[in-house]
Design a protein around this ligand. Sequence first.
Ligand code: CU
Length: 656
Amino acid sequence: MIMRTLLALMALFVFGEAWAESHGVELASPMGVPEAVQLGRDLDGDGDADEVDISLEIIEVQEEVYPGEFVTFWVFAPEGRGMVSSARTPSPTIRVEQGDRVRITLRNTHYFPHTIHLHGTIHPNEMDGVPVFTQPPVNPGEAFTYEFIATNPGTHFYHCHVQPDVHVPMGLVGMLIIEPNRPDNEFARLIPGAGRITELSQAAQEHYQREYSLVYMDIDARLNRIPAAYHDPREIEQRMHREYDSTQHRPNIFLLNGRAFPYTLRDSLIEVDTDERVKLRVLNAGARTMQLHTHGHHPVLTHLDGYPLSPEAQVTRDVFTIGAAQRVDLELRTGRDDTYASGPGVWLMHDHVESTVSNKGISPGGDITAITYEEFVGPDGLPKVATSLDRYFDPAYYRGEIPVFDPEIFHTTPEEYAYGWSEKAPIGGAFDYVSREATMPPLPQRSSIEGHRIVADACEKPRGFRRIRVQGGTRFSRAGEVFAFEPRVLRAEPCEEVEIVFENVDAVRHALMLPGLNPMFTLEFTGPDTQVARFVTPDRDITLDFHCHVETHDEMGMHGRLIIGEGGQAHAHEEQHAVGGEEKRLHEGRGVVVAVDKRASRFVIDHEEIPGLMAPMVMSYQVEPASLLQDVMPGGQVRFTIDATQRTIIDIVIER
Ligand SMILES: [Cu+2]
């Protein structure tokens, strides 16, 4: 119960409404529990903390980057717990203050080695994060702390330096900002997914009314598909690092803050008001050179690669050339002054290399966003445009199934559009143009409801007792595994109280979860430790599966079986009346909302037992349609209906 409360509290701090709305959060826990950001002493006595400890882990995420296209990324993520992760693409924008003693701990929860290279900051050579040259790579299950004193204020960059030709486009990239030292400089240290910076630093407030962190990436979908397509780390390594030819990297998805148009309009709109100065911090984390064009506006280039330009060197342009890894800071002046700004409206901002304003070659797409004046932002948060954006929110458009022009201009209908043209070779012979790659459909969720439903109730009055010692860590893995439990087969008698003594020998978090048992049993760790907890077995012969609740750990070997008595097939309650594949299996649930992520159409809920389906637990669920989340707030109590077949919540009633 304490664990569940903790989980809920963590989650509230990790994301929730504040995060979804502003992307600006302080990931601190009020309870002294280790969390992603810890602030220490005020060393210079100016009213703000100058010791900053940040813990990042590595999470594999799947993101819908534009309608219908799902891309797999690896990201540095604020260290999380349980099902609750604030992992987003790109990795979070990190903000520290000049003079801060910064400690960034990389906890490698992933199945490959990684490091963090700090690009642009002043730091000792041994903190440069280059495997072999300055440190061994941080292997799965290990941790490494990068320590430096934030010295040179400006817009910097951090990324993984292990096999960077693959790990950088996989998403292990983020912006790192060193803010100039000022008294009482309080601001959010991590901005998951980058974007609008809602709490300006003292120095930024001296000159600017708004600020944005803009991270551009280019993705070759053929690469990012690989880790999602295979389950053995050895095969993933071979295909990503030895078969995939990174010199043939052909980007076909172009992202601003992890989204392509039209989702950029929803998640990375540049909202402005008249007569403002807006600071745009731009990082090109892709491999291409981009040409950033600001329609209607002529920003002033104030900084290159984090360093200020002298007043004479500051240039005003409408296209800015930004090479790989480079940063530019722009001062965007708004309103109508007939020099820097043309007046209110919805003004596009995009890479002017035309092929990049498409999604796998269908335009419009890519990193297009819009400098949008407040009065031009509609009630749905999208810019008010001259006609309609609706067609671009239809996945069929980007599958190439909808003509890009209105069929009426050819005096035809959608049905008669492809009337069956000639198969004869065209004039000049057959074409050999490159055809588009298909869109990637969503992959099944690893942390499925199937893997977490109730299969047996604990016995009420235990008749015996036993103690079982379990260890967890990379060292217990066998061929083709990365993480494992030891032992991986546990035995107990029916209706017996079992005390688990679990030792986590890795430097990263693990959980031992026995989800089929009601009440559910979980032991969770953030690092090396030993914990003890008890559960009671069901009063019958049955076999229950257990696993690490960190999704990729389960997949990479960290699971086992608890054989009770003679053991036996686990039959879920629901299977008793489940028939056919088409029939809906509806269950009613009730609980308190922990966090809402409208952009992913998901919420995290601390729910009671869902009769016939799930034990009481904190879990993240897909919600369809997303509009059901409209008025759902963290802390609110709701009833919900879940379709177990689709693993989706299909109705929500707010109780209070
Ligand atoms: Cu684990």
